[in-house]
Design a protein around this ligand. Structure first.
Ligand SMILES: NCc1[nH]cc(CCC(=O)O)c1CC(=O)O
Ligand SMILES: [Zn+2]
Ligand SMILES: [Zn+2]
Length: 333
């Protein structure tokens, strides 16, 4: 029986050289952002139990940590602060001071690795005693105006310290516009970009991260500001809100279970780079199943990251960045 010739597809991807031709886009090192944890203990190299191979790094050890990665082609990092409980209070007072290890780290990284792009996660939860992402009213609900005020102060402090990009992950209303105006007033808006964690869902996959930052809320949860997982329309509105307020980059988070949202973001905002965050839980799921011999680590990481590109992402935040830098080199050989 003769089949229609247009139904014959195998030949087009039989040879390894032709497979990349079928892929719309291949992963490159420049597409990756590595999220890293900066500890307030300057000599720390503390392994995060729920995130194998990921550490909290003290500022004195950043050079030994980053230097091999920069040599392998690392282009961009996203910094998160980890401070001891005694340093936390209800309004995250230390966050915009020199006591915040992130502010110290920015200076060190800029000095040692001038070409590395430095992004800073902007949120209060790493520094608040209650562990929520904003300032609270007495009844425990979010005081949005006060929260935004503090977020602007943090973002401007990071920008003044030398950050290239500030990335608010708090999900408060109106923070992008306020931060943009804050940067403008500080004469920094021309060189500091805004990456919006716009479609950030109230996910069960942040557990290992909260472990890493010791930032789990002490009461309640984040469902009043992070999006319900099945809320596609609301996610679109959140993306639109942040785009209209002046975000340079729009992010979807987590990534793999939200590929449709990445696609929505790309369709609604074709002229914005779309970022996505392969979060701590995604990292650990892949890691643990590989460790158990169920899945192959390298194949899973490539497949998941390629899915994100296919969905429409341009930039991917992933804890697999160090592995990817090595694997991408192997591909070239
Ligand atoms: N502002 C909080 C924040 N910043 C980054 C992550 C998650 C990152 C990850 O899981 O890798 C979270 C989530 C949360 O605790 O709600
Ligand atoms: Zn937060
Ligand atoms: Zn948050």
């Amino acid at each position: 029986m003769v089949v229609g010739t247009s139904s014959l597809l195998h030949a087009g991807y039989h040879h390894p050289a032709t497979r990349p031709w079928q892929s719309e886009r291949a992963i490159t090192k420049s597409a990756l952002i590595y999220p890293i944890f900066i500890s307030d203990n300057p000599d720390d190299k503390y392994e995060i139990k729920s995130m194998p191979e990921q550490y909290r790094w003290g500022v004195n050890r950043l050079e030994e940590f980053l230097s091999p990665l920069v040599k392998k082609g690392l282009r961009s990092v996203m910094l998160f602060g980890v401070v001891k409980p005694e340093s936390k209070d209800p309004t995250a007072s230390i966050a915009d001071t020199e006591k915040n290890p992130v502010i110290q780290a920015i200076g060190i990284i800029k000095y040692k690795f001038p070409s590395l792009h430095i992004g800073c996660d902007v949120c209060l939860c790493d520094y608040t005693s209650h562990g929520h992402c904003g300032v609270l009213f007495e009844d425990g609900t979010i005081n949005n105006p006060e929260s935004v005020k503090r977020l602007v102060e943090l973002a401007v402090a990071y920008a003044k310290a030398g950050a290239d990009c500030v990335a608010p992950s708090d999900m408060m209303d109106g923070r992008m516009k306020a931060i943009k105006e804050g940067l403008l007033a500080a004469n920094l808006s021309h060189r500091v970009s805004l990456m919006a964690y716009s479609a950030k869902f109230a996910s069960g996959m942040y557990g290992p991260f909260r472990d890493a930052c010791d930032s789990a809320p002490t009461f309640g949860d984040r469902r009043c500001y992070q999006l319900p997982p099945n809320a596609r329309g609301l996610a679109r509105r959140a993306l639109a809100r942040d785009a209209n307020e002046g975000a340079d980059f729009l992010m979807v988070k987590p990534a793999l279970p939200y590929l449709d949202i990445i696609r929505d973001a790309k369709e609604d905002f074709p002229n914005h780079p779309i970022a996505c965050y392969q979060v701590s839980g995604e990292y650990s799921m892949i890691w643990r199943s590989a460790e158990a011999g169920v899945l192959d680590l390298k194949r899973m990481v490539f497949e998941t990251l390629e899915s994100m590109l296919r969905a429409g992402a341009t930039v991917i935040l992933t804890y697999y960045t160090p592995r990817m830098l090595e694997w991408l080199d192997e591909l070239d050989q």
